[in-house]
Ligand binder design. Structure first.
Ligand SMILES: [Mn+2]
Length: 413
């Protein structure tokens, strides 16, 4: 992503703030795993959306006074001994090149600078990055600032930056779409690798190994999110992650996987027979999901209420299942459809956006996910694609990943 992208994001964010406001974003700290080990660090996505920087313990401070905005990034100071063990820390010039922020300081100066700013008498409101439930996301840092504000600056109001971030992140820019398209190409490689190597008797971890190998060959060292790869009855666990099961002849394999490229994610599901040939029952159900998905890609366009997407998937898929003689009454649809069919994707796989009561607009990207679970027949799968809303319709970003019975069977021949 070009520095311009992050600069525009900050500008858009600050334009939503009143004068005499301060906003703070923290990249976060690694979480301890055990003893002296941490989980690999993953920077807060709102912080990354505004800076492009993914280093731990980094802080973005933005101040709006007298109609002017001042942006400062606080970086970990150089430490030759620490850097010997855990890699070099990002330098000011590099951080400036990535983010296009003009002012830099070091994290050890942050507390003093924060107190100086808050004591200036020019700040009436502080915006903090709080998570979905209003609980503080980058826990310790945000909590520490809250504590300082409540004890020493009780006249300054605390506000959540989240509603603004959710509005901004809802609409994707052309560079984000480009990154997603590249991520789709790699996702395709991963799914094709699983399909091509598939045979009865293969273990779920072997499918996963094929997926991870294909990604790594394309420079992606970690799946976009914990891959869901299951076979047979394990397909009935929606967020399955054990990978210990074995695909037996006649079983379907379900993959619900993604790739992150340049911060942007994909989220694609396919369901296919491990032996490469759909049975009559599998065909019947798959065709229902496919027709529903096709229907959605025909009708989705700007102006439709986002809340209607899920309902329409359910309504249309019921029609298909009824015609197939599987489900007789709409009241019973919950027996076969276990989850929602539309969530946004972007910097997060369940993207942090606000779409409730919102009309669909160009630049939105969300999943069209049709899941069918028929426990009696032992068949469960999802057909999930990523839909980009355009000026007068939509585009299936994952359309090149085989999604018809004919195309999937051809790949698996
Ligand atoms: Mn998914």
């Amino acid at each position: 992503m070009e520095p311009q992208f992050f600069k525009e994001n900050r500008k858009a964010f600050m334009s939503c703030l009143e004068d005499e406001s301060l906003a703070l974003f923290f990249s976060g700290s690694p979480v301890r795993r055990t003893s002296d080990e941490n989980y690999s660090f993953f920077a807060d996505r709102n912080f990354v959306y505004l800076t492009g920087i993914e280093q731990k313990e980094t802080i973005l401070m933005m101040e709006k006074t007298d109609g002017e905005v001042k942006e400062t990034i606080f970086l970990l100071p150089p430490d030759i001994y620490e850097e010997r063990w855990s890699g070099r820390r990002i330098k000011t010039e590099e951080a400036a090149g990535i983010s296009d922020v003009g002012n830099f300081s070091t994290t050890d100066a942050f507390e003093k600078e924060l107190k100086r700013t808050l004591s200036s008498g020019k700040i009436k409101k502080v915006y903090l990055d709080m998570d979905m439930e209003g609980v503080y996301v980058t826990a310790s840092s945000v909590q520490a600032v809250c504590h300082v504000l409540k004890t020493d600056y009780s006249k300054i109001q605390i506000s959540s930056a989240l509603p603004i971030m959710k509005r901004l992140r809802l609409i994707k820019k052309p560079c984000e779409i480009e990154a997603m398209e590249h991520a789709q190409r790699i996702t395709r490689e991963g799914i094709l690798a699983m399909m091509r190597h598939s045979k009865p008797g293969m273990y779920e971890y072997q499918y996963k190994a094929e997926y991870d190998y294909a990604l790594a060959q394309n420079g992606v060292l970690e799946a976009g999110f914990p891959s869901i790869i299951s076979a047979g009855k394990n397909n009935f666990c929606i967020h399955y992650d054990s990978y210990k099961g074995q695909a037996k002849d006649g079983d379907m394999v379900l993959n619900d996987v993604g790739v992150r490229w340049d911060y942007e994610l994909t989220d694609v599901s396919r369901g296919w027979p491990c032996n490469g040939k759909y049975t009559a029952e599998q065909k019947l159900l798959f065709e229902c999901a496919y027709q529903t998905s096709e229907h959605m890609f025909h009708i989705l366009r700007p102006g439709i209420l986002m809340d209607e997407v899920d309902k329409e998937i359910r309504r249309y898929n019921f029609g298909q299942l009824k015609e197939a003689g599987v489900c007789k009454s709409f009241e019973d649809i919950g027996t076969y459809m276990w989850h929602g069919g539309a969530h946004h994707v972007g910097f997060d796989v369940h993207d942090v956006v606000s779409a409730k009561g919102v009309l669909i607009k160009p630049g939105m990207v969300f999943c069209v996910d049709v899941g069918i679970y028929h426990e009696e027949w032992g068949i469960g799968f999802r057909l999930e694609d990523n839909c980009l809303i355009t000026e007068n319709g939509c585009r299936n970003l994952s359309k090149d990943i085989p999604r018809t019975i004919e195309d999937i069977e051809a790949v698996m021949m």
